[in-house]
Design a protein around this ligand. Structure first.
Ligand SMILES: Nc1ncnc2c1ncn2[C@@H]1O[C@H](COP(=O)(O)OP(=O)(O)OP(=O)(O)O)[C@@H](O)[C@H]1O
Length: 365
């Protein structure tokens, strides 16, 4: 989902760089977020997600680059007036205050009239389904309810952009699931622009309308979940998007550039590669769902079944062939009866190959 020309940008970062002493946290970071979009910053720990959010919020001034919010350059402007609110990973509620007073706090700080505060607290509590909990203290609430109060404290300011820094990390699996749905509902209902940082692939793919995959303080690729899954720009993105992860087979290109010579044998391509050097080191990627057992009369790669992981409706089957382990995803019914140690023949569908240049990791085909 590339941003259309007609779409208004809520946020635009251009070549933002920021260091902490010798640590380069952000390096020429650029991206745009359209108004109303659920935008995810996705990447492992230390790639710079929190630093990015803090820069947008105005808590950090970058050394280089620009931060524009709704068309205005805020790079060197104060925090107030940005219309941006941030929910931190370790949200801290005031333990001695009730839910009502926790929600009211930002408006009291803004010295709003009492009637307005009362109305907005009640509105926000209803919106977050906290209306029956309004007189409780935080320590009598569940983790999910506490998280909703923290969210409410941000939303009550009516931000134009909401920044969320790994907000579900401290919740258990069931609550995370519920909160994902809740956040999607809030986003749809109120048309908020959200920038959501997470190292969790499932969160990124299930909530993000657009995802920026980050590495080393920069953005590697931006796209919808489908775009990142279908057309990863390099090995890094290919290995981070899709579960179970893509199988990667190393080798070198055959002299005619029409196959990979690998430890498991030659893997012929559907089409000869252009702009490749014969003998060049390359990697073939194939999704576990595109590996299957050979049918009767079909010639497949000789393999041994190494491990079975039943997940309910599907089973992940790991097979060993030529010193490589390949994962396959099979429907439960197709995996029943399989045993570790059994011999099998597997087929890799060449029309589903991703081919990467080993030196740069970039996608070649
Ligand atoms: N105040 C600081 N002083 C020094 N180094 C810092 C500071 N804050 C962050 N860093 C470093 O900057 C880099 C980026 O950190 P950042 O917190 O932005 O990453 P992140 O992607 O949010 O990670 P996480 O998922 O663990 O929160 C890291 O190497 C981190 O150690």
């Amino acid at each position: 989902m590339a941003m259309g020309q007609s779409e208004k940008s809520a946020l635009r970062l251009t070549n933002v760089s920021k260091s902490y002493g010798r640590v380069r946290a952000l390096e020429n970071l650029s991206f745009r977020v359209a108004e109303g979009r659920f935008f995810v910053l996705f990447g492992p720990s230390s790639v710079g997600k929190t630093t990015t959010l803090r820069t947008i919020a105005g808590l950090i001034a970058p050394e280089r680059g620009h931060v524009e919010i709704f068309g205005k350059d805020w790079t060197h402007e104060p925090i107030a007036g940005r219309g941006v609110s941030m929910v931190f990973q370790s949200f801290a509620l005031y333990p001695h205050l009730t839910v009502y007073d926790n929600l009211a706090y930002p408006l009291i700080e803004e010295k709003r009239p009492r009637e307005e505060i009362d109305r907005r607290v009640k509105e926000t509590a209803t919106m977050l389904r906290l209306d029956t909990k309004i007189n409780r203290k935080p320590n009598t609430l569940s983790g999910g309810e506490q998280q909703r109060v923290a969210l409410g404290r941000s939303l009550i300011r009516r931000p134009r952009i909401l920044l969320l820094d790994e907000p579900l990390t401290n919740l258990d699996a069931k609550l995370r699931h519920d909160m994902r749905a809740e956040l999607k509902r809030l986003h749809r209902q109120f048309g908020l622009t959200i920038v959501y940082a997470t190292p969790d692939e499932l969160e990124a793919l299930s909530m993000g309308e657009e995802i920026a995959v980050m590495r080393d303080g920069g953005v590697v690729q931006i796209g919808t979940p489908d775009e990142l899954f279908e057309a990863p720009c390099d090995l890094y993105v290919a290995s981070k998007i899709g579960s179970p992860h893509m199988n990667m087979i190393k080798g070198k290109l055959a002299t005619d550039n029409a196959a990979l010579e690998s430890a498991i044998g030659p893997l012929p391509f559907v089409k000869k590669l252009q702009a490749a050097e014969a003998g060049e080191a390359a990697v073939v990627g194939i999704r576990p769902s595109d590996v299957r057992f050979a049918g009767k009369g079909e010639q497949g790669l000789k393999a041994n079944i190494a491990m079975l992981e039943p997940l309910g409706d599907v089973t992940i089957v790991s097979v060993e062939t030529g010193g490589e382990t390949l994962r396959m995803v099979l429907p439960e019914s197709a995996a029943s009866g399989l045993q570790p140690g059994q011999q099998a023949a597997v087929i890799l569908d060449p029309s589903k190959f991703y081919i990467f240049r080993a030196s740069s990791g970039r996608t070649m085909a």
